[in-house]
Design a protein around this ligand. Sequence first.
Ligand SMILES: Nc1ncnc2c1ncn2[C@@H]1O[C@H](COP(=O)(O)OP(=O)(O)OP(=O)(O)O)[C@@H](O)[C@H]1O
Length: 302
Amino acid sequence: MNISYAIEGRHITKKMKGFFLDIDNLKIPKGFATALIGENGAGKTTLLNILAGIRLDYKGDLTFFGQYSDEEKEDNGTVKNRIGYTGTGKYYLPQWTVKDIENISKLMFESFSEEKFHRYCDELAIFANGRIDMKKPNSSFSDGMKTKLMLAGVLARDTDLLILDEPASPLDPLMRDKLCQLISEYIQNGNGEKSVFFSTHNISDMENITDYAIIMENGSIVEQGFVEDLKEKYIVIKGDATDTEAAGKILYTISSNPYGFEGVCLSENLEKLAGMKVTKEIPTLSQICVAVMKKNTRIVMR
Ligand SMILES: Nc1ncnc2c1ncn2[C@@H]1O[C@H](COP(=O)(O)OP(=O)(O)OP(=O)(O)O)[C@@H](O)[C@H]1O
């Protein structure tokens, strides 16, 4: 597969008190949905803020759309217009009404379409009665509604890259499903040119639309790849209690009870389990992520 990249990063570092972001090689493939996964405090928001241009105090080199450096992105409105961002913080001021958000978005972004904004407000069920209340202030929306309003705002523009920081977290299950549908449509309508990079703790909910996954731990990337490749690299193993101890020495991660064990194994180590009575399963992305996070976490897991 000939892959090009929406974002490439080299030696991205950012030092904060008690935390060091240190990413040697970052690649966000173009034309795909990439999930950024990691435990609390791993550095996901810090990284996304650097990529979105919210945080500029970092070291390293970034290239956007295969040609623009980060400085060029900051100086070049065209590049910024191609990127949409939603965050977990206060992106729209509390006193802004929906009309203000619409007017300010129109001023800031050439491609912002009122018609699309209204359509996405409608699709995302931002207004309970189905009628858009342009006078409603941002402060009067619930957290989920605020996130949906931000999503309607970015989707109303003609962008090539969406950077979404935990878009699913405040959404109800129905809206998570809707979010997946919208991300999927965005990628599909882009003919290989549009990409989405989102962080999430809701791996199972977002698994269906995730093409590429990046797993972070303590400021660094500890695993990344296309989901289909990761599902070949790792395998789920289940076996009897009599083999728990021996399997524990081979498996990547293991959990056990008096009846048996379940764990994740690197496929390349599978032959080392020869002689044990085990069953094998293709892992879900969620199982891979939990295994990689367990393996790399500094938290003591019982
Ligand atoms: N403004 C700041 N000043 C000092 N430290 C900060 C600041 N912002 C974040 N940090 C620290 O940087 C580390 C990474 O934080 P970050 O918000 O990027 O993690 P995260 O992976 O997004 O976490 P979560 O999943 O909980 O949202 C944490 O240790 C955090 O305390």
